[in-house]
Design a protein around this ligand. Structure first.
Ligand SMILES: [Zn+2]
Ligand SMILES: [Zn+2]
Length: 127
């Protein structure tokens, strides 16, 4: 831990009284009970509640994406990226909060070398 990773998420999703959703910047979203224009209905609806969006960021290649209110879509895409690039550390967010880290996996072919190194080290007397 320690180093602060900035979340790529900057938006919230508003759930409207017409059962549609609308995405807003966190600083611009209307409070619950206020009106919001619905692009699908082409009329005003009432904001029922809002939730912070989900997103992930890759520390290995700086790839970042956001996913609206769909946590599952974020987890699927993040783990797919991690499977493709196991040496990349991928961090999932809800808003600014870290949800999950897909830790980087060191390459297998370096394994024998580092094992040999630690073996020779252990034979050095402790003084
Ligand atoms: Zn609507
Ligand atoms: Zn990556």
């Amino acid at each position: 831990m320690g180093k602060r990773v900035k979340s790529p998420v900057k938006n919230k999703t508003a759930f409207l009284s017409c059962h549609h959703t609308r995405n807003y910047k966190v600083s611009q979203i209307p409070d619950a009970g206020k009106e919001s224009w619905c692009f699908r209905c082409q009329c005003y609806s009432i904001v029922m509640h809002h939730v912070l969006d989900f997103g992930f960021k890759c520390m290995g290649c700086r790839y970042a994406r956001t996913f609206g209110a769909a946590r599952l879509n974020m987890e699927i895409a993040a783990s797919r990226h991690h499977r493709r690039f196991p040496t990349h550390e991928v961090i999932g967010f809800k808003g600014d909060e870290k949800l999950h880290t897909w830790a980087k996996v060191d390459k297998q072919d370096n394994g024998s070398n580092s094992l040999f190194d630690s073996d020779t080290e252990s034979e050095i007397p402790p003084f």
